[in-house]
Design a protein around this ligand. Structure first.
Ligand code: ZN
Length: 342
């Protein structure tokens, strides 16, 4: 049986954002719906998941790419009805195909670039459920699988169209299996957990689009929101920029702006921006050097790692990959200075 670190229930949309949107909506029914979803996200999040074996969701490792997509049929039960398996024909349902293709692109990235075989590095099957609940405004990794809502069509337009969102969710699984004991989903370790998902969410998107660090938009989730809500959830190039993101974006990009007891999606702006600074300094493609350095750092972390621990781990990883006193080591060290961690 595969060794397994219990994971968190990690949402792409912070409950705080749903609450803020609820406050702004004039429609009472809509407001209650948003508040219910915020409460549910807050309640579920950080919950330690049960062993996947008990749920029968994790099949034995085969070392090959294997994806399954389920239709949640607008209910809460997981995983739902099986609608697409590996090598079966595309569905007539766009969300099914997007979840399938996004999981495939993420698998390919980890396999080809980082030589990792799926989430657990043992060929774990990638399970996704689409059409979760009714007009559900979120997507999450629940410790065993990805789950996507359709969005209400008014504020959120669905979550499977954005490859960075899919790769973000899958990376929560990678973190869960790569950091010994997983990263506790609160305080700085929680913000690191979120940041690592944004980092690889963005890098997978860049790799898929073959974009250099200069060409990349460095945005998380453009396209999942109605234009009235904003352009994207977060910007790694400029956290807290309300022109690039949504009007409530309160992400700091420097330790000066660190929010005590802040949401994990808030303080993640700091390590996000450190990755961006390192990638820009290293030039070329983010998946050539910065991505592999951040990936290697995961195994050097502990469950309660702080930003300073991540700074140390990424510098160590750069030394392991490129040698002591290398340009790469210096670029990583400088990036953490940019955000005031070191
Ligand atoms: Zn997340």
């Amino acid at each position: 049986m595969a060794e397994h670190s219990p994971g968190c229930t990690c949402f792409i949309i912070p409950p705080k954002m749903l609450r803020q949107l609820a406050e702004e909506t004039p429609d009472t029914a809509e407001r209650h719906c948003l508040l219910d979803q915020a409460e549910m996200s807050a309640h579920l999040r950080g919950q330690r998941s049960v062993a996947p074996i008990a749920l029968g969701l994790v099949a034995t490792a085969t070392g090959e790419k294997r994806r399954t997509v389920y239709d949640g049929q607008n209910k809460s039960a997981l995983p739902g009805k099986l609608v697409r398996a590996e090598d079966s024909k595309p569905s007539t349902d766009t969300a099914v195909n997007q979840a399938y293709d996004g999981a495939g692109a993420t698998y390919d990235f980890y396999r080809e670039v980082l030589k990792r075989n799926s989430i657990d590095n043992k060929g774990m099957r990638l399970d996704s459920t689409v059409h979760y609940q009714n007009r559900f405004n979120n997507a999450f990794w629940n410790g065993q699988q990805m789950v996507y809502g359709d969005g209400d069509g008014k504020l959120f337009l669905g979550f499977t169209s954005a490859i960075d969102v899919i790769a973000h969710e899958l990376t929560h699984g990678v973190t869960q299996y790569s950091v010994p004991g997983g990263l506790v989903y609160q305080d700085q370790s929680g913000a690191l957990n979120e940041s690592i998902s944004d980092v690889f969410g963005s890098v997978v998107k860049q790799w898929t689009l073959k974009q250099s660090v200069e060409q990349a938009d460095w945005l998380i989730g453009p396209g999942i929101m109605a234009p009235a809500v904003g352009k994207a959830l977060r910007s790694m190039a400029d956290p807290g920029n309300k022109e690039l993101t949504w009007s409530g974006d309160d992400q700091p990009k420097h330790m000066k702006g660190y929010v005590e007891n802040g949401d994990v999606h808030t303080n993640s702006g700091i390590p996000n921006h450190a990755f961006y600074a390192a990638a820009i300094a290293l030039k070329g493609n983010a998946w050539d050097k910065a991505g592999p350095i951040w990936y290697k750092a995961l195994s050097l972390l502990t469950s309660n790692a702080t930003f300073a621990d991540m700074a140390k781990a990424t510098a160590q990883a750069a030394v392991l990959l490129y040698g002591a006193d290398s340009a790469e080591e210096h670029a990583v060290q400088a990036a953490w200075k940019v955000v005031g961690v070191t």
